[in-house]
Design a protein around this ligand. Structure first.
Ligand SMILES: NC(=O)c1ccc[n+]([C@@H]2O[C@H](COP(=O)([O-])OP(=O)(O)OC[C@H]3O[C@@H](n4cnc5c(N)ncnc54)[C@H](O)[C@@H]3O)[C@@H](O)[C@H]2O)c1
Length: 708
């Protein structure tokens, strides 16, 4: 273990450098060793200050060891682990000489808690700096004194926000908040740190600004603090809807420990940490974390030895909802964009869409005005193909019509250079058919962004049988540069996410037609944890968009995707959803059910109740996901779960669609499908061969599944 102590003149240095890893993590062993080094440093009476730093590039300490957290099976064991860490960091806090954490990269979770136990923290102008306590994202809370120290250092409102939101901040914000005392250039950092040490040893007072205004007032009085706790509680309840216990538990702990001495405060923190660490929610969130991390770094088989072609210049065809969003997403990463549409009005809309996102970033102080101007200047426009010949990649985002897309791919093939990668953002159409129109189909691939592009983290990369590994490698690398997470799907109608999602939406439509109350159907899925119900979602996406995808799925995959009548009727009536002000709901200040939709339904009472409906919608999705695995659309259950969580907001606390299926049991899924099949006589409920095989073999979707 490379965690060392050395002294230079009268300054001691502890350096973290976890072997064989790009990051430092705080395992139990590392913490023990750190404690021992603190003891060693304490014996050196000549030392005047102790500096704690990392030798890793862009990383101070990334956090505690998640594997260890995952392995906690008993709340007491969890509390004991936390207590052991707390004692070591208390020792650090109690050092009689000044202690300084030097942060030149990420300092998250336990890493941030270690820094909090130092008397001072200095950072650099490194853009990679992220400091915070993201534990709630794993269903736990800080356990090494973070809940005790953070609100004391930053003030209650700011400190509490850092903990319950789990959102880390960058160096500049950390300096402003008082989480860092200084920011230095990365070059000659050692010298800057040495000078800082000299300053503090020379008696320079490092002031941390007291909060002013309302926040300062609230922070400093008991009544104000009660207001902060009560407001935080209502906002947590609203945002977690009771599904994620960690933020509320953390807040409740702080509500008590804020007024307690360290020893008692730490004890409460450790106990609460232990209890959270063994919840199903935490175990699911840890699994989701591993899965998303794996896909963020994905290297598809067959591309391991390929150096991806760099993509610096792109052309985007179509400046509509998606084209405008894609142009913005690319320019945000300093990629040059040539945006083409059929007329200037359409181009103007694309520009406006991109600028709207930047304006919002300005408002939120995520970007400065000159940065926005520079990034917007990365987008140029055209009505013809000029500039396409020098593009590394073209992304087609025009109307969802095969004949037009084919024509456009043929044209493109004539104007781009031989190394250009041609992508389609189609929602469901065959990329292979488009590829066949080109001179070199090996350069064609699907690049399916989700709407809204700036907020949705997933991209489905669709490979055809003709796509070359080089094209795939470059495209996956490009997705990573955009900061998105890729999943690779085979080219079949609807690929993965839309195919599963539409099986759910269509089933919701059937339940509605059977006479169930629309809001009740939406509510039961929100109660399950979906960000919104199926009809609300349909309105958000646009019924024209959803209906078109459903038709493609019907055409390509058969009767089970036959659009239900109600979608047809609503579509025909032009009730297109939110963009038209009316869809299944009327979208004014408050969203209310559209009475015109009710008039289109003759049945008045559906069989079963809300639980039955949600089960129906869920097993439809699970069955469709199993078919996708059977057909090799994706190669593992984890891709389905990453796709559904990042692409549709499927509740992460459930671990993903197929983790959820494993939890209720494959047998139960099959039983429900058979029940609905016998009740309705409908083929679509027939359990697919993949599911039946899993049951016959006594297997689950995940080989690692262990019943809690
Ligand atoms: N809207 C969504 O939620 C969503 C999500 C994912 C993927 N998609 C897919 O993205 C594509 C675009 O969808 P959208 O919602 O942005 O459509 P849109 O109607 O908003 O925009 C399409 C744009 O393409 C332009 N266009 C049409 N033919 C053109 C041509 N030959 N050359 C250049 N421009 C042309 C149109 O003028 C229009 O501005 C479709 O394939 C769609 O299936 C849409």
């Amino acid at each position: 273990m490379s965690l060392t102590f050395h002294a230079q003149h009268d300054i001691g240095y502890i350096e973290f450098d976890h072997p064989d890893s790009k990051v430092n993590v705080l395992t139990s062993d590392v913490m023990k060793r750190f404690g021992a080094l603190l003891d060693e440093a304490a014996t050196k009476t000549s030392l005047k200050a102790l500096v704690i730093q990392s030798k890793k590039k862009n990383v101070f300490i990334a956090g505690a060891d998640i594997k260890e957290i995952e392995g906690i099976t008993d709340a007491k064991e969890g509390a004991a682990k936390a207590e052991a860490g707390q004692l070591i960091l208390d020792k650090l806090e109690d050092f009689t000489i000044p202690t300084i954490a030097v942060i030149d990269g990420v300092a998250l979770g336990g890493g941030c808690e270690l820094a909090l136990a130092c008397r001072y923290r200095v950072g650099t102008f490194n853009e990679k700096i992220l400091i915070g306590l993201p534990e709630v994202n794993l269903g736990i809370m800080p356990g090494f004194g973070g809940t005790y120290r953070m609100p004391r250092l930053l003030g209650l409102s700011e400190g509490l926000k850092m903990i319950v939101s789990g959102r880390p901040i960058n160096g500049e914000k950390a300096l402003k908040a008082g989480l860092l005392d200084r920011l230095y250039p990365q070059t000659n950092l050692d010298k800057h740190v040495a000078r800082f040490v000299e300053e503090i040893l020379g008696g320079v007072h490092i002031s941390r600004k007291k909060k002013k205004g309302v926040e300062g007032l609230l922070d400093s009085s008991k009544i104000g603090q009660e207001i902060i706790f009560s407001q935080t509680e209502s906002s947590i309840v609203k945002s977690t809807k009771g599904f994620y216990p960690a933020p509320l538990r953390a807040m409740q702990v702080i509500k008590r420990t804020f007024y307690l001495d360290r020893q008692r405060g730490m004890k409460l923190e450790a106990e609460a940490f232990g209890k959270l660490a063994v919840t199903d929610v935490s175990k699911s969130l840890v699994k989701v974390f591993y899965a998303t991390e794996k896909y963020k770094k994905l290297t598809p088989p067959g591309t391991e030895n390929i150096t991806p072609m760099p993509i610096a210049k792109c052309a985007v065809l179509g400046a509509g909802v998606m084209g405008g969003g894609i142009a913005q997403a690319l320019s945000a990463k300093d990629i040059w964009v040539r945006l083409k549409d059929v007329n200037n009005d359409a181009l103007a809309k694309g520009y406006q869409a991109a600028y709207k996102i930047y304006k919002d970033a300005l408002k939120r102080k995520r970007l400065k005005p000159h940065e926005v101007s520079r990034k917007m200047a990365h987008i140029t426009s055209t009505l013809d193909y000029t500039g396409f010949e020098t593009s590394d990649m073209v992304i087609e985002a025009i109307i969802e019509k095969m004949e037009i897309k084919k024509k456009v791919f043929k044209e493109l093939s004539g104007v781009v250079n031989p190394k250009t990668i041609l992508c389609s953002n189609t929602s469901a159409l065959s990329v292979t058919e488009m590829a066949k129109e080109t001179k070199d189909p090996s350069k064609v691939i699907g690049l399916h962004f989700f709407n809204p592009v700036n907020r949705m983290p997933l991209i489905e990369v669709v490979v055809t049988p003709l796509t070359s590994p080089e094209t795939l490698a470059a495209t996956i690398n490009f997705v990573k540069i955009l900061g998105k997470t890729p999943i690779v799907a085979k080219d079949k109608p609807g690929f993965l996410v839309n195919r599963i999602l539409l099986s759910y939406i269509n089933e919701a439509g059937r339940i509605l037609e059977e006479g169930a109350d629309m809001q009740a159907i939406d509510r039961v899925m929100v109660d399950f944890g979906m960000p919104m119900g199926p009809f609300n979602l349909t309105d958000e996406v646009g019924i024209d968009v959803g209906y078109k995808v459903l038709e493609i799925l019907h055409h390509g995959l058969g009767e089970r995707f036959k659009p239900v009548e109600i979608f047809h009727k609503v579509f025909e009536k032009g009730l297109l959803g939110k963009k038209a002000g009316k869809g299944f709901y009327i979208h004014k200040e408050k969203r209310v059910p559209n009475p015109d939709v009710q008039k289109l339904i003759s049945a008045r009472s559906a069989e079963g109740g809300p639980t039955d409906w949600s089960n129906r919608m869920l097993v439809m999705m699970i069955n469709e996901a199993a078919r996708c695995l059977e057909e090799g659309i994706v190669d593992e259950a984890m891709a389905v779960d990453v796709g559904m969580i990042l692409g549709t907001g499927f509740p992460p606390f459930r671990g993903g669609l197929l983790r959820y299926a494993d939890a209720i049991g494959i047998g139960q899924v099959i039983e429900l499908l058979k029940l609905y099949e016998s009740r309705s006589g409908a083929e679509r409920f027939k359990p697919c061969a993949y599911l039946l095989k899993l049951q016959a073999d006594g297997r689950k979707f995940y080989a690692d599944y262990v019943k809690a």
